[in-house]
Design a protein around this ligand. Sequence first.
Ligand code: GLY
Length: 359
Amino acid sequence: MANVSVNISGAPYEVHVERGLLDRAGERVRALTAASRVAVVTDIRVAPLYLEPLRRSLSAAGLEPVDVTITAGEAHKTLATVEMIYDRLLDARIDRATPIVALGGGVVGDVAGFAAATILRGVPLVQVPTTLLAMVDASVGGKTGVNHLRGKNLIGAFHQPHAVLIDPNVLASLPAWQLSNGLAECIKHELIRDADGFARLEQGIERALSLDMNYLEELIAHNVAIKASVVEADPLERGERAHLNFGHTFAHAIESSMNYDIAHGRAVGLGIVAASYLSMRLGSVQQSEFERIRSLLARARLHTGGVQTPTEGLINAMRRDKKIQSGQLRFVLLDGIGRAVVRDDVPQDLVREALAMIR
Ligand code: GLY
């Protein structure tokens, strides 16, 4: 059991990592609110597994749950889904004190978070992530939003949660690829901030994959602490928060070129290989470090090659990324394992080489 404080000025909150916490979620939400009702947003995959235990726990704490179940998947991370949530919650006459609890993976967290940021000009949000990726990344830091036809996450708001409740036990029901998906973000965190953490993950990756809960609890708390330290320093992504996008310029290009028919973590794994290769070619990562990174991704059962989209298609997709400034491709790269740097002077031929590396 571990608590991580996220000290964002004006909006501090706690992330609780605790096995069995789902059954005690009601008392934690009760402690945060004087409201008598709670809105729960979940999706059709998570609802059959965890909605009932959460409802029971809320009711036992004297909170009346009003739930909304959305269709699962990235294709439904849209304004239409958010409107459906507005309709249901406005019909139920929620008020500004009614918290929204997001029960699910990254899509649920982003959509429910955006609804919480905007309905009645903002209501409290509690994140209850059910995938490793959402636990170590999406649920912490306040990014909420939806996709637009022009690209991913183009509509959104920063809305920090009032609390994040993580029950590692729920990972036992995840398909194996979902665990690998989350490990991609864990590897990213270690690469940008913690060389010792990277070495520990090299030792422990099999324990994570075999669902050793003691190990996972530690791994989650450690990754949440890394994410917290980055977002505390730069909550609105004016500067160093961009380090969290390590591997993501490549990953977003791969995802959009495949119409999002690839898991985010898989695309991030490929993006990490490309960005690490680029770092090596620019002299800031040694070949032995690059090989360690690629090998850890493979051991996490992530792909390190096999991208089929033509290079020009990927470069065009990268140019459309919302994080591009003044038309210049900008990359988060490594300065050795454990440190990130932002570069916007990377020669195009090296970008092409990096893309060739993940074919
Ligand atoms: N997932 C990247 C961030 O929260 O900034």
